[in-house]
Design a protein around this ligand. Structure first.
Ligand code: ADP
Ligand code: MG
Length: 303
């Protein structure tokens, strides 16, 4: 067992020291960022998430995976705003400080910090039931809102949907799906490629129908999508519930966004047009021209 001060010292090994804007990092009462070193025209974008043991992850999960996913989920919100993540605050509530657990956790977090050049600038450590809170601050010249879809826009998703929910219900059945659940990749490649023309954007954390529903509501428009156009991993169709996974399974952390039809040729390879926005309200799902009754099938309440 180590004490809080030793723990903070250990976490300091995650600091990379590569970011000139950080005038003061871990070790004082607060961190300091020098706004003069932030490029002109960039807005500061801030997102926070809390993951609680027993609800968002399990005690027996590998600490590497817990650290990775807690941060990946938070970074995905940055991708969904078309923001580049820059600075991280980490709030840890730990029941007892197990050095081995901490080493694993630091590995998972450190992988993503290095990959995306994010600097850890502070946080808080308290004792209590295991919970992890991350606050990421990033920069964007054009943050994407949920409310900017227009009637006639095409609806686009990145990657494949339903893999994480399949893996949650069929652990160990397919390695790709297991990876999607445990180690989702925030889609900065996609947000970077579409930031100049995407209109409304959201990351698919709660399930496609729910998350597209947020775009629909915020933009005061209806959304029509076609199930057969949504890319899915071939393995998931072995499960009779695969439609639920695709439409309502959360945790994939792909991006869902709208574009003007004239921009369709600019989409990167890993993106698919699945429907369009129109006047009206709600999300309407068709499978081979047949309308699915989401209320009756309970899609909305899945997950
Ligand atoms: P204070 O009592 O002034 O809030 P703390 O003792 O809580 O200071 O923290 C000391 C320093 O360590 C601060 O700079 C704080 O940001 C940092 N820190 C504490 N916990 C964490 C953590 N989990 N991750 C990163 N930095 C941390
Ligand atoms: Mg403190």
């Amino acid at each position: 067992m180590i004490n809080e001060f030793e723990l903070i010292k250990q976490l300091q090994s995650l600091v990379q020291g590569l970011d000139q804007t950080v005038a003061l990092g871990i070790g004082d009462d607060a961190a300091v960022i020098d706004p003069q070193l932030i490029p002109a025209g960039q807005k500061i974008v801030i997102a926070t998430d809390t993951l609680v043991c027993g609800r968002h992850f399990l005690e027996q999960d590998k600490p590497e995976d817990i650290g990775y996913k807690a941060l990946a989920v938070n970074l995905s919100d940055m991708a969904a705003m078309c923001a580049q993540p820059k600075w991280l605050l980490m709030n840890l509530t730990l029941s007892d400080i197990d050095e081995q657990w901490l080493t694993g956790f630091k590995c998972g977090v450190g992988d993503l910090l290095k990959k995306y050049h994010v600097e850890l600038i502070g946080g808080d450590t308290t004792s209590g039931p295991l919970a992890i809170g991350f606050t990421v601050l990033g920069l964007s010249s054009q943050p994407k809102k949920r409310s900017d879809a227009q009637a006639g826009d095409l609806i686009v998703v990145s990657g494949e949907l339903g893999s994480a929910a399949f893996a949650l219900n069929n652990p160990g059945h397919n390695a790709d799906c297991d990876t999607q659940l445990k180690r989702p990749l925030p889609r900065f490649d996609v947000s970077e490629a579409v930031k100049d023309f995407a209109r409304a954007m959201i990351d698919v954390s709660d399930g496609l129908v729910a998350d597209l529903g947020h775009i629909s509501e915020a933009s005061e428009l209806g959304a029509t999508i076609h199930l057969e156009k949504i890319p899915v991993h071939a393995a998931i169709k072995n499960d009779p519930h695969w439609r639920n996974y695709v439409l309502a399974g959360g945790d994939d952390y792909q991006l869902c966004f709208t574009i003007c039809p004239k921009d369709v040729d600019k989409l990167p390879a890993d993106c698919a047009v699945i429907g369009h926005m129109e006047s009206g309200a709600g999300v309407h799902v068709y499978e081979n021209e047949q309308k699915l009754d989401l209320e009756q099938t309970g899609f909305d309440h899945f997950g």
